[in-house]
Design a protein around this ligand. Structure first.
Ligand code: FE2
Length: 238
């Protein structure tokens, strides 16, 4: 399997060397991501071959997964870490859906940022939350930076929405799969436009399963300009 990785995924070898993956669903059996400890360990082994340095687990915290409190995920993470013997630095964050339950999590004061005080959030792909701006301001008022996951994937967002979000200090996280075309031409084009206008602050894979990512990473070639944009982003904070 590793031979396959080395041979096929040329793009990744450049982008993923010393990479920090700020968005991943690798923590097993807690959401729609990786479903077993064995698979999670296999993903991390593959990542190590590719040169990835750090991985932040970002399981979904949303109404669909009511068990996923910060405390529950911490215990799952500690359990998993005891089984991992590889070299990648692991940490725990979360991806918060801005749904009806979000306010409860925010007010609990027990949150899982992806690093320091950077909180990763997402919305539905179809509709903006009714109180979107209020939710973003509420997060900021608690002292967090809002990191919006894959802004290129929200079908309801237009240029003015991106501008408005940037104007209030929302940080954007590129999903690597968007830019190689996995989520369609629209998301790919929006990702390239946002990347080349300097709108992104973070990058992540949003990996949910190994097979899917192996099949898609080399699906569409990136231009030198795209790769340079991602490389710049990769080193932006750390
Ligand atoms: Fe995600």
């Amino acid at each position: 399997m590793f031979g396959f990785l080395r041979k096929e995924i040329i793009i990744k070898s450049e982008i993923l060397t010393d990479f920090t993956d700020y968005h991943s669903h690798i923590l097993p059996n807690v959401d729609d991501g990786i479903k077993s400890v064995e698979k999670a360990l296999a993903v991390l082994d593959s990542y190590q071959v590719l040169g990835v340095k750090r991985v932040v687990f970002t399981p979904h915290i949303m109404a669909d997964y009511p068990q996923n409190s910060a405390q529950f995920l911490r215990s799952k993470f500690e359990e998993f870490k005891r089984l991992y013997t590889g070299e990648i630095e692991l940490s725990l964050g979360a991806e918060y859906m801005l749904d009806a339950k979000f306010e409860k999590h925010l007010n609990s004061g027990d949150l899982l940022p992806i690093v320091d005080n950077y909180l990763l959030v997402e919305t539905s792909y179809i509709n903006s939350p009714i109180n979107f701006m209020d939710q973003l301001r509420a997060i900021q008022s608690k002292g967090y930076f809002v990191v919006l996951a894959h802004p290129e994937r929200y079908n309801y967002m237009q240029n003015d929405d991106y501008k408005q979000l940037k104007n209030i200090g929302v940080l954007f996280q590129l999903n690597l799969l968007s830019i190689v075309g996995v989520y369609g031409k629209g998301a790919e084009q929006r990702a390239k436009k946002l990347l080349h206008s300097g709108c992104y602050d973070f990058v992540g894979t949003d990996i949910h399963n190994l097979e899917f990512h192996l099949n898609v990473f080399h699906r569409r070639k990136l231009s030198k300009k795209d790769i340079n944009g991602i490389l710049y982003l990769k080193n932006k904070l750390f």
